[in-house]
Design a protein around this ligand. Structure first.
Ligand code: GMT
Length: 376
């Protein structure tokens, strides 16, 4: 099948999922056309069956803000027509679903039919989407999509409660390629960050408010009082300055390492003992799944779709949003109980395998097959 995938090309979870999905589909023989404004960070280069179409923004002086949605829709029309695509799959509703709808209508007026699948990822529904300045368009686009998927049951429920739609929403969770077994610790690499008698806690995100990165630091401060540790922050974003300020206030600068944006998170995770995810809201928590896939247990909030991934008392512990004391207690409990900790590591790896590519990919392919065969 020839599939156009529209995505955000950055480090955000939706872009990562869309890129990895495209790569996996290409490996199975589908022809994949990525459409976005810059090369997706996880794409790599020179892969069979993969094409990249850049949405080039115009700098016409009249525009104070670039009309990205219009340019994207035009690009979709062009790619569908000239690459003879069978289907479009857009990741993140805003503005990808409305651009897809516009492209579909333009193509229809030219006698070309193309179905589009919209995958909802989280903030397009839980934060941005329900904002009144987006809501009517999002509702319309959800209703006009030929198929809708959400990355967790929680996100599906949120979509029904925030938007006026009775369309079927298919829950297709995010996926990961897990290691077969727990890896041997690479001490040479690990010693660059921590002594052998220290633990490593880790957090990876885009440092937006919703991630509550200051809670990560507060949890770490409490843990470090009882279990000498280091904290690795991977990623970057708007809360970075506040975070650095708090590091100084708590006198923790020597114990906290900012490694910046990393395209392969497994390098950081493989050195880590615990992953900390205290988010305000999280439709799925791909970063937690990435941690579990290399056997790292997760201390998290119990919000949104996280409990569908991180299992209480099995792969980690979950607490109410903001309850940093309990999160720290749980982390300490786990780090001080070596046999329990090792059990949680194994459980995490086992749990991550439930979200393997081989289980999840066919769910998307089934939807594609149904749309391309039946409707069009
Ligand atoms: O986490 C973010 O802020 C980025 C955002 C995105 O759209 O890229 O992530 C969302 O989609 C991910 C992939 O499906 C999910 O794993 C994240 O939980 C979700 N983020 C939120 O709901 C805050």
């Amino acid at each position: 099948m020839k599939i156009g995938i529209v995505l955000y090309p950055t480090f955000g979870g939706s872009g990562v999922v869309a890129t990895e999905l495209g790569k996996a589909l290409a490996k199975k023989g589908h022809e994949i056309h990525f459409i976005t404004y810059s090369q997706p960070v996880r794409l790599g280069s020179f892969r069979e069956n993969i094409y990249y179409h850049e949405v080039a923004l115009s700098d016409y002086p009249l525009f104070e803000h670039q009309p990205y949605e219009t340019i994207l829709a035009s690009k979709m029309v062009d790619v569908v027509k000239y690459e003879k695509l069978n289907l479009l799959h857009v990741h993140y509703a805003i503005p990808h679903a409305s651009a897809a709808y516009m492209a579909q209508q333009i193509l229809r007026s030219q006698g070309i039919e193309i179905p589009f699948v919209t995958t909802l990822h989280g903030t397009d529904i839980t934060l941005v989407g329900k904002d009144p300045s987006f809501e009517p368009v999002i509702t319309f686009c959800i209703n006009q999509s030929d198929a809708i998927t959400a990355v967790s049951q929680s996100l599906k429920d949120d979509t029904y409660s925030h938007f006026n739609t009775d369309r079927e929403i298919h829950v297709i969770p995010n996926f990961i390629d897990s290691k077969e077994n727990l890896l041997e610790i690479d001490y040479v690499k690990r010693r660059r960050y921590a002594n052998d008698d220290e633990r490593i806690l880790c957090h990876i995100s885009n440092f937006r408010k919703v991630k509550r990165v200051e809670d990560v630091l507060k949890i770490f401060a409490l843990v470090n009082e009882q279990v000498p540790s280091k904290l690795i922050f991977a990623g970057d974003g708007p809360e970075r300055n506040n975070l650095e300020r708090l590091c100084r206030e708590l006198n923790l600068c020597g114990r906290v390492i900012f490694v910046g944006k990393v395209s392969d998170t497994s390098h950081v995770l493989e050195m880590s003992d615990l992953f900390i995810l205290p988010s305000e809201t999280e439709s799925f928590g791909l970063a937690a799944l990435e941690a579990m896939a290399v056997g790292v247990p997760v201390i998290s909030s119990n919000t949104g779709g996280i409990p569908e991934v991180n299992l209480q008392g099995e792969t980690g512990f979950l607490s109410n949003v903001g309850n940093v004391e309990e999160m720290a207690e749980n982390a300490i409990y786990l780090l001080k109980n070596e046999s329990l900790f090792q059990q949680f590591r194994l459980n995490s790896l086992k749990r991550a395998k439930v979200f393997s590519l081989k289980n999840v990919l066919p769910l998307y392919e089934d939807i594609y097959d149904r749309l391309v065969k039946i409707k069009w």
